[in-house]
Design a protein around this ligand. Structure first.
Ligand SMILES: C[S@@+](CC[C@H](N)C(=O)[O-])C[C@H]1O[C@@H](n2cnc3c(N)ncnc32)[C@H](O)[C@@H]1O
Length: 427
C-alpha cells in the first residue's frame, strides 16, 4: 500500500508541473488505499490553497532551493509545512513521516536538510500563523482577475475562496422536507446545502434518486428557460447531466449532447438513478452537430466548455495552472459554438448561455459581442422576478446577467462563480 503522504507529494508534483486537474490524477484503486483518500484529499487541497504562503515560509527557513533532481523532497516539504501549520497532526509525527519518505526517495543528506527546515517551521509555528494574511492567489492569477475586477473586488474574491466549499443538492420534490432529513440548510433557490464531508452515496435519498449534486450557481441556468414543460430543448455540453435532470424534471423533451462518451455514460446513469425519463443522447462535437443537423428547437441551453476558473474554491489548483492563454483559447471555442446555436433555434426560441468561468472574456464580453453580431437576438434581462423563491439581488448585474462570486450568499457559505445570460430569437 502506498503511503498517502508519498502519493500526495507525487500528486502535487503532477498537478503543478503537468498542469492537470487533481480529479484527473486521483486514481486510488484498492479498497485499502481508499481508506486514505480523505487524508490525501485534505493534504493536497490544503497545500494548493496555501501554496503561496507555504513556499514563502519554506524559503525563509531554507538556506538554498532544492535542485530539480530532488523534486520529491520539494513537494514533500510543502506538504509537511502544510500539516504542521494548518492540520492537526503532531509535529513529531509530521517530521518523522516526511523525513523517512525523503530518505527513501532522495538521500540522507536531503532528508537531513528537510529535517532542519521542518524543525525551524515547527518552532516558529505561532509567529508564522500570526503573520499569515490569507494569500491564496499567485501573482499571475491575481493580475488576471484584477484586469476584470480591480484590486478591491479581487481581494474579496480571494478571501472568500479560501474556505472549503459546502455541498449543494438539487432536490426533485419537497426541498424543505429534504433539508430537514439531510440536516442541511434550504437555500433561496430551493437547493439544500450540506457540510461537505463523507460519501454522498451514503446519504438518505441518494439510492432512491431524490436529489443530485449541483452547486447553487450552476442550478440557476436551467431555471431561466420559461415554461419548459413540453418544449423541445437542446442541452449542449450536457454531461454529467445536472441541467438535463432539471429540464427533464420540469417536463421538457430533452436532447443531451456532449463530446465525451465517458461523461455521457455518467449522464445516462445519473438520469436512471433519478428515475427521470431518458433524454435523447447525442455524442458529438457541438459545433459540428449544429452545422449538420436539421433538428430545430424551442430552446437551447449552452453550458459552454470553459476555463472552469469559477470553481476555484473546489479546485484550488486552478489558480496555479490556468492563465490568460487558457481563457482566450476557451473563449474562441465558446464563440464558435454560440454562433452556431442560432441555426437550430425556432423564431421566438430562447438561448441560455452559461459558463463556470470567472473571466469576463468567457461571460460578459462573449455575450456583448454575440449580441452585436447577431441582431436577430435580444438580451432577456434576468431579475429576481424570473425565479421562484427570494433570490438575492447581488447576483444580478445592471445589464441583466447573472454573475455570482464566491463572496455571494456569504451567510450560507458562499457560491461558485458562474455567468448566465438569457437571449431570445426575435425573427
Ligand atoms: C461544464 S461541463 C458541463 C456540465 C453539464 N452541463 C451539467 O450541468 O452537468 C462541460 C462539458 O462540455 C463538454 N464539451 C467540451 N467540448 C465540447 C464540444 N466541443 N462539444 C460538445 N461538448 C463539449 C465536456 O465533455 C463537458 O462534459
Amino acid at each position: 500500500m502506498i503511503d498517502p503522504r508519498q502519493q500526495a507529494a507525487e500528486t502535487l508534483q503532477d498537478i503543478l508541473e503537468k498542469h492537470c486537474f487533481f480529479s484527473e490524477i486521483k486514481n486510488i484503486s484498492s479498497p485499502a488505499e481508499q481508506q486514505n483518500t480523505a487524508f490525501l484529499n485534505m493534504l493536497v487541497l490544503t497545500a494548493l490553497r496555501r501554496l503561496v504562503f507555504l513556499q514563502k515560509v519554506i524559503s525563509t527557513f531554507a538556506a538554498k532551493k532544492l535542485p530539480a533532481k530532488h523534486a520529491f523532497a520539494r513537494y514533500a516539504l510543502i506538504l509537511a509545512a502544510a500539516e504542521i501549520l494548518f492540520l492537526d497532526t503532531p509535529d513529531y509525527a509530521v517530521l518523522n513521516s516526511y523525513v523517512n519518505l525523503i530518505k527513501k526517495q532522495n538521500d540522507k543528506y536531503v532528508a537531513g536538510f528537510a529535517n532542519a527546515v521542518l524543525r525551524k517551521i515547527a518552532a516558529a509555528k505561532e509567529e508564522l500563523l500570526k503573520a499569515d494574511n490569507g494569500i491564496f492567489f499567485p501573482d499571475g492569477f491575481r493580475k488576471l482577475l484584477e484586469k476584470d475586477y480591480g484590486e478591491k473586488q479581487t481581494a474579496l474574491i480571494e478571501a472568500a475562496s479560501l474556505n472549503e466549499p459546502p455541498l449543494d443538492l438539487t432536490i426533485k420534490e419537497n426541498a424543505a422536507e429534504w433539508a430537514k432529513k439531510l440536516n442541511g440548510i434550504l437555500l433561496p433557490n430551493g437547493s439544500v446545502r450540506l457540510e461537505n464531508n463523507g460519501k454522498i452515496e451514503k446519504l438518505p435519498g441518494y439510492k432512491e434518486g431524490e436529489w443530485w449534486v449541483q452547486d447553487f450557481s450552476a442550478s440557476l441556468a436551467a431555471k431561466t428557460i420559461s415554461a419548459p414543460a413540453g418544449k423541445k430543448i437542446l442541452d449542449l455540453c450536457a454531461a454529467p447531466g445536472g441541467k438535463t435532470a432539471q429540464l427533464l424534471a420540469a417536463g421538457a423533451e430533452v436532447v443531451s449532447l456532449d463530446i465525451s462518451e465517458e461523461r455521457l455514460k455518467r449522464l445516462a446513469e445519473n438520469i436512471r438513478r433519478l428515475n427521470l425519463p431518458a433524454p435523447r443522447i447525442i455524442c458529438a462535437d457541438a459545433a459540428k452537430y449544429l452545422e449538420e443537423t436539421s433538428d430545430r428547437y424551442d430552446a437551447v441551453l449552452l453550458d459552454a466548455p470553459c476555463s472552469a476558473t469559477g470553481t476555484l474554491r473546489r479546485h484550488p489548483e486552478i489558480v496555479h495552472i490556468k492563465n490568460t492563454r487558457d481563457i482566450e483559447k476557451m473563449a474562441g471555442l465558446q464563440k464558435e459554438i454560440l454562433n452556431r446555436t442560432t441555426w437550430v433555434l425556432r423564431p421566438g426560441g430562447e438561448l441560455t448561455y452559461c459558463t463556470c468561468s470567472i473571466a469576463k472574456e468567457e461571460g460578459e464580453r462573449q455575450i456583448t459581442a454575440f449580441l452585436q453580431n447577431n441582431s436577430e437576438f435580444r438580451l432577456f434581462p434576468l431579475s429576481p422576478n424570473d425565479f421562484s423563491g427570494t433570490m438575492p439581488a447581488e447576483i444580478f448585474t445592471a445589464e441583466g446577467f447573472i454573475r455570482t462570486f464566491p463572496y455571494h450568499l456569504q451567510s450560507y457559505g458562499g457560491a461558485d462563480s458562474f455567468f448566465i445570460a438569457k437571449m431570445q430569437r426575435t425573427k
